[in-house]
Design a protein around this ligand. Structure first.
Ligand code: HEM
Length: 210
């Protein structure tokens, strides 16, 4: 990560490639997923079979792009930014939340300004870790199960394995959708509403932005 005056190179090319594929892919998955989920209730945004095919293909693409994220994080120091230290974690999260709820509107300085060493604030770090290391793998594994149902255990305590996998998959999909809405809002907080969006495209974070 190179630092120059008030610009830090936060997002190397592999993060930007993974993030773009993931962002586009997740939006397609949400659209096609909603179409499939509500299809029996007369909710139709597109052809049902087309939604299934597009969901399957995009799911495979998002799964493969997740490999870019995993390998990139393993081979670089980026994984360090996802390490949540338990000591003082709740206090730090409380301080960051108070900033988002009150301080920010009073034009106060962010309690954990970003730097070469601190790429994410404590709340971001916790949420990103949960999303990238629990929810996304869960979504991908249950997605593979639904794509190849012969891999799924037939019955779990007299409940169909496919049914349970589908419920888990849809629930994780819902949680990732909620994350995306909050992620877009939080990403728009900065010196300029578009500053962070520019950063994830050109790689450089402006330290004047929050
Ligand atoms: C339209 C869709 C999306 C947009 C516009 C977007 C935007 C951004 C922006 C501006 C950043 C850099 C600033 C920040 O950290 O807040 C970022 C980073 C990040 N986004 Fe997104 N995002 C999108 C979708 C997603 C999705 C679907 C996920 C995960 C399921 C995700 C996960 C992440 C992660 C983990 C980072 C930090 C990456 C790193 O530096 O290691 N984003 N995103």
């Amino acid at each position: 990560m190179k630092e120059s005056e008030n610009r830090i190179y936060f997002y190397p090319i592999w993060i930007r490639i993974w993030h773009s594929l993931n962002a586009i892919g997740i939006m397609i998955l949400i659209y096609t997923g909603l179409n499939m989920y509500y299809s029996n209730r007369g909710f139709r945004l597109m052809d049902f079979q087309l939604a299934i095919n597009l969901h399957n293909i995009t799911g495979i693409m998002v799964g493969l792009s997740y490999l870019i994220f995993t390998i990139g994080n393993l081979r670089t120091t980026n994984h360090k930014h996802y390490k949540v230290k338990r000591t003082g974690m709740f206090e730090k999260i409380k301080i960051q939340s108070q900033y988002y709820m009150i301080g920010m509107f009073k034009n106060q300085h962010p309690p954990y300004p970003l730097s070469e060493k601190r790429k994410f604030n404590p709340l971001q770090k916790l949420i990103y870790s949960i999303i990238m290391y629990i929810f996304m793998p869960g979504l991908i594994i249950t997605g593979i199960g639904l794509l190849l149902p012969e891999l799924i255990i037939e019955n779990v305590y007299q409940l169909s394995g496919i049914f349970l996998t589908a419920i888990l998959h849809a629930s994780l999909g819902f949680l990732v959708t909620m994350f995306l809405i909050i992620h877009l809002y939080v990403a728009s907080i900065g010196k300029h509403p578009l500053a962070n969006f520019k950063s994830i495209l050109n790689g450089y974070h402006n330290t004047n932005a929050h």
